[in-house]
Write a protein that binds this ligand. Sequence first.
Ligand code: 5RP
Length: 225
Amino acid sequence: MLNEKDKVKKLVGEASVEYIKDGMNIGLGSGSTVYWMVKKLGKLVEVGLDIKGIPSSNQTAEWAEQFGVSLTDFSHVKQLDLTIDGADEVDQDFQLIKGGGGALFREKVIAAAAKELIIIVDKSKMVTQLGKYPLPIEVLPFGWQMTANEISRLGCVPQVRKKAGGPVVTDNGNYILDCPFKLISNPRKLDEELKRIVGVVETGLFIGMADKIIVGDGDGIRTMN
Ligand code: 5RP
């Protein structure tokens, strides 16, 4: 039995496949909303559409395999036609916080490689200003404490993401620092400052990347361009 939020995630995830056309190479995001998109995409493949996906996480790759969606990689594909992904926060300028699932690096790669980026969210992710959700930042394990210390100078107390007592290790072999900035007044500037810190691999700030947001709530979906 799906709860109300999961029903909305299913609704937006399934609705997003409307934009997937025969012959496309698709970037497959990560997370529980994307799960429904990949499952529905499997139905399109079943009826004969020729689609290939590049997954942004090992989890998404498993789902693609489970639902019969063929995978490819960047040695075969120079540009993706479309990437569909979820988000943790979206503001009115389509700026995003992503990385709640720890897949932000590969998510940013498939977003950057796509002609179009569609974000699928339930309404609770829409915010007036980014920052309530602690910003995930992927960092190299070596000297991560030093990296965290440098990040803290920008106005937060970073926490290394942990699971079963040890740091969570990303699909790239790195750590995630969750950084509660509370309110991010200039996301682009913060992103630039963070990227200058030694040890930062990538941030969960996606600025100027999203083209379309599909937002769902109990009443249905709304598409913002
Ligand atoms: C993973 C992500 C996800 O897209 C984000 O966390 C949203 O997940 P969900 O659809 O489960 O709410 O950025 O790194």
